[in-house]
Design a protein around this ligand. Structure first.
Ligand code: ARG
Length: 247
């Protein structure tokens, strides 16, 4: 009986209660992914997902803290309780969903090809890349769907992996790589800083982004789903998109 009572207490005091008692919502992100998040001149974290996380914390009545970890270690970090969830432009995939639970999608995007128009003034097509065979150098962020897409579409190509998307993008800025494959939504921020960077206007695929939650935190998952639904309905997600996504 005692054991049953203990289990009941442990099992029923949910994740949300834990967050509220702590007084801080811990959000897992990687160093930078503009315009979802990045650091401004004053050193403050800004962006679409930063604002979204603050709105969540307001409703929960807690502060928000962003815990930074490398992208390729972000799911292991979630599983070892370094933060409450991952809100970091993560694509919902069935493979990842074996390890974490995803909320409903809050954003839709897809992979695209980024290139430097100083290196390729007439653009570069799928056929051009195929013809280049093993000579093509594709920059990607390690462990992203951009990496998986590059491997699938260009199995002969040389794939260069980097810890951050900015480091991967630097390869096309400095013309060391031919293309970058990454989420289309990155285009607004990179092309603003480096106007010679262009993208294909057709996406390579479609992807939905969701928040990743630990499998046993079902109360938090359900609350986040409701939060996203409400913010879709009242137009908040659309406003955030208008504010942060430059096209
Ligand atoms: N959406 C892609 C993925 O899930 C890329 C995400 C990269 N996120 C980041 N925070 N750098 O694989």
């Amino acid at each position: 009986i005692l054991l049953v009572v203990i289990f009941a207490l442990v099992g029923f005091s949910g994740k949300i209660e834990e967050i509220q008692k702590r007084g801080v919502l811990l959000v897992g992100q990687d160093p930078a992914y503009a315009p979802f998040y990045g650091v401004n001149e004053k050193g403050e974290r800004i962006g679409y997902e930063i604002e979204l996380a603050k709105m969540m914390a307001d409703v929960l009545g807690v502060k928000v803290k962003f815990v930074i970890t490398n992208w390729d270690g972000i799911i292991p970090a979630l599983l070892s309780n370094k933060f409450d969830f991952v809100l970091a432009g993560m694509t919902i995939t069935p493979e990842r969903a074996l390890k974490v639970n995803f909320t409903t999608a809050y954003y839709e995007t897809g992979q695209t090809v980024f290139y430097n128009s100083e290196k390729y003034p007439n653009g570069i097509t799928f056929e051009d890349l195929k013809k280049m065979g093993s000579k093509v150098k594709i920059a990607v962020q390690l462990g992203t769907t951009g990496e998986f897409t590059a491997e699938k579409l260009f199995p002969e190509a040389k794939i260069l992996t980097f810890e951050t998307v900015d480091a991967a993008a630097y390869q096309i800025i400095t013309k060391k790589a031919d293309i970058l494959i990454f989420d289309e939504l990155y285009y607004g921020s990179i092309s603003k800083k480096y106007p010679s960077i262009k993208v294909w206007n057709k996406l390579l695929n479609k992807e939905k982004l969701g928040i990743a939650v630990k499998k046993d935190n079902l109360d938090l998952l359900l609350w986040l789903n409701t939060f996203i639904e409400c913010k879709k309905t009242d137009g908040t997600l659309e406003q955030l998109k208008q504010k942060w996504m430059v096209d």
